[in-house]
Structures are given as C-alpha cells and as structure tokens.
Design a protein around this ligand. Structure first.
Ligand SMILES: [Zn+2]
Length: 414
C-alpha cells in the first residue's frame, strides 16, 4: 500500500446518490422503506442494482435462490473471488441503510477501482443475498445460509409466507429464479460492511467497528394447543385458552431478559393465534422468542429457564405446548487474517476503530462457515434501526467504506 494522501478513496457523493436512489424504491409509511423480498419493490431494486453493476462492467449471475453476484474479473480468472456483500431487502418498517449500505458500498468499491483502471489479481464479486431480514419468509439470513450449506435449496423454494405465497413461485414471478447452483464453489474471502444497529460507535464518535464475534443467540418457536369454546358459558376452570398460555410465555420470556439485563436480552416479537375472533377461545397460538447474551453459557441458561417456564405456563393456562423450531447464531468465528487486513487498512487510512461484538445476525455469520470472513460496522444515528427513522451521515460512513475498499484490494491482490 502506498502511504498517506495518495491512498485511493471512494467517491462519497456517488455512493450517497446511489443510496438515495435505493431509498426511493419501496417506500414505507414513515419515510423509510418497506421492501420485502420477492415483491415488486424488491424486483425494481434488483433491476436497478444489476443495471448499475453492468454499467460498472460487471458480469452478473443469479443463482436458484435469486442471490445476485456481480463479478469484476481479476487478472487470474482461475483464482477464487473475493466477495463483498449484504442484502437489499428490508423489514416492513425498515430503514434505507440496513444491509443496503453493504451492497452499495461493494458497488462503490468496484466503481472506484474502475476509475483508476486498477486491476486486481483475483476477481471481486459484489453480492446481494436474498431475504436476509426474514420479514416475509423465515428464517432470516435464509439464502446466505443456503449458500453456506446450512439450508436446503428446495426446502427454501417451498417456504410460504403468512398469506401462503410460495417462495419459489414468488421468485419466478419477479424473474429472479436464476439458473446457477447455490454455493458449492470456492470463495477466497467475504467482507461485509453493515451499519452497527447499536448506539456505541456514534456516541464515541468512532467511525469503524471491527466485529470480533457475536452475542450468542438462541431462538425458538413455541406452538400452544388449547381448545375452542364459547367465551360466555365456559367456566374459568374448564377453559383451555391457547392465547392465555402464549401470553404467559411472552411475559416469562421478557422476565428472563430482565433477569440478565444488562447485557442479556430477550425478545418476543411475534404471535399467531387461531381463529383470533371475538367470542371464541382460541385453540392455537404460536409465539417466537429469542435470548441473547455475550456469554454462551448464560444464553443457554436463559433458554433452560424458558423451557421450565413453558411447563409452568401450560399448567396455569391448562394448555399444552411444544417447541417446534429452534435456531442459534452468534457463535461464529471471524477470520484473523481478514480482520488483520481490515485493521491495517484502518491504520493506514488513519481511521479510528474499536473491536466489538455484533448483537444482530448478519449474512457474514453464515459465510464464516465456508470462507475467511470479516464484518465491519459503521455508525448509525442513536442506534435506531428496523425503524423507518434509521439514519446515517455520509461523513461518518465514508471512512469505513474506504477501509472496506483497501481491505478488499489487499485480499484480492493476494
Ligand atoms: Zn441487515
């Protein structure tokens, strides 16, 4: 790397224009975005992204799950590529930067290399992963997971959303049912830049977080079984109201989070009830809960507390319950060499940074399973995220994008 002022820099204004154009596609209710995967808005954004990538001279391929890879050739095309990526889908009440910054920063890296006609030894690919958020089809980080061999491709294609739309049919409807296989090819390294989604970097005025690991997270879906009955005549001691059992479980999960606060936390974010009508006791409810703590043993203890609480709630509400799905993340190991590359680039560019844990799941977690991976954070205002008021400033974002550029450049010339 050359030194000081001669260092290559991204074009912040161009990156910002690109982000603002993305911010117009799939508007939410309150100034943010509602760009759920495999919707018309998702298609429009994908089309726009591909057109930008092709203008930047990339070759675009799409795999069977709609993951998009925009490839900038390297000098030696026999070498495995360096990937930069994240996601372009959002939550229902989502921001304009969560995931989006990582993909469009990758595009800006390619554009910057083009500006200087800089070749790299290895190819570079900018990746947009399908359905990171899990807002429409669960689980989250779905298609990076399939790329890493964690999920079966056909299982994903058969997944249904709340309105019974099928993933594979929706993917075909928007024209993104690509033909290349999902994963199964060599990747040299993966770099992801993401907004922090927490308040720390902004508060400390540090423009870069280098992720050293995650909060260990365990999640579960609980199904509660009761019995349908009339809400009038049925005596209290004969009721088997699934909603009541589920509500008790939600409170129990919340209490477990408080018991480990800080830094532990628990979440109940979703309840499904059937038939969910006045006048009838529901016989079915489903709740989704998760537990997070930097210490794996504590997370496991929180989960065990929940399992015990479920039995207690069942007894009190006179219902039955079953844990039908569990998942975990945050145990992943980021690569020392890639992380060192990021630190060196930050030092070289004189960008202050701190090492930190991620409290949210990211596509990078799955990628650690198949390739050396580094995850970078840039600040976001007050840590507000999964909220239409999510906000970043160009001035404190560009330093991390420059670090991404030089990290990728270093790796791609390896
Ligand atoms: Zn994200």
């Amino acid at each position: 790397m050359s030194s000081g002022a001669n260092l290559l820099q991204v074009d912040g204004g161009r990156l910002w224009e690109t982000l603002m154009r993305s911010g117009e596609i799939g508007p939410g209710r309150a100034g943010g975005l509602c760009r759920l995967p495999l919707t018309d808005a998702d298609k429009e954004m994908r089309d726009q992204f591909i057109s930008w990538c092709e203008d930047a001279g990339c070759r675009v391929t799409i795999d069977r799950l709609g993951n998009i890879f925009a490839r900038r050739d390297g000098r030696d095309e026999s070498l495995a590529p360096v990937l930069i990526g994240s996601h372009l889908d959002t939550q229902v009440a989502g921001g304009k930067y969560d995931g989006i910054l990582g993909v469009l920063a990758g595009l800006e890296v390619v554009r910057t290399l083009n500006d200087s006609s800089l070749e790299t030894r290895r190819p570079i690919e900018v990746v947009c992963w399908t359905n990171e958020e899990g807002a429409r089809f669960q689980p989250p980080m779905m298609c990076s997971g399939a790329f890493a061999g964690v999920h079966d491709v056909d299982w994903i294609l058969d997944c249904r959303d709340d309105d019974d739309f099928v993933f594979g049919e929706e993917l075909a409807r928007i024209g993104y049912d690509g033909d290349t296989p999902v994963g199964g090819r060599e990747v040299d390294a993966y770099f992801e830049l993401h907004i922090e989604q927490g308040p720390e970097l902004e508060a400390k005025e540090i423009p870069l977080g280098i992720v050293s690991g995650g909060y260990f997270t365990r999640g579960m879906v609980i199904e509660v079984e009761g019995e349908n009955a009339h809400s009038g005549p049925t005596p209290m001691d004969k009721r088997r109201n699934a909603l009541v059992g589920a509500a008790m479980m939600i409170v129990a999960a919340n209490d477990i989070g408080w018991k480990q606060h800080p830094p532990g936390k628990s979440t109940s974010s979703r309840i499904k009830v059937w038939p969910n009508k006045p006048g009838i006791l529901p016989d079915y409810a489903q709740v989704t809960v998760d537990f997070r703590h930097p210490n794996k043993a504590t997370t496991l203890a929180m989960e065990a507390d929940m399992t015990a609480a479920i039995d207690d709630c069942c007894e009190r509400a006179n219902v039955a319950a079953e844990i039908v799905q569990t998942w975990e993340f945050g145990n992943e190991v980021f690569d020392d060499e890639c992380t060192a590359l990021v630190k060196n680039a930050a030092d070289e560019l004189q960008v202050p940074y701190q090492e930190m844990l991620s409290q949210a799941g990211h596509d990078a977690y799955h990628m650690t399973r198949i390739t050396p991976t580094a995850l970078l954070f840039s600040p976001c205002k007050e840590g507000i995220t999964h909220n239409e008021n999510e906000h970043i400033e160009l001035e404190y974002t560009v330093p991390a994008v420059n670090v991404l550029l030089h990290s990728v450049l270093g790796r791609a010339n390896r």
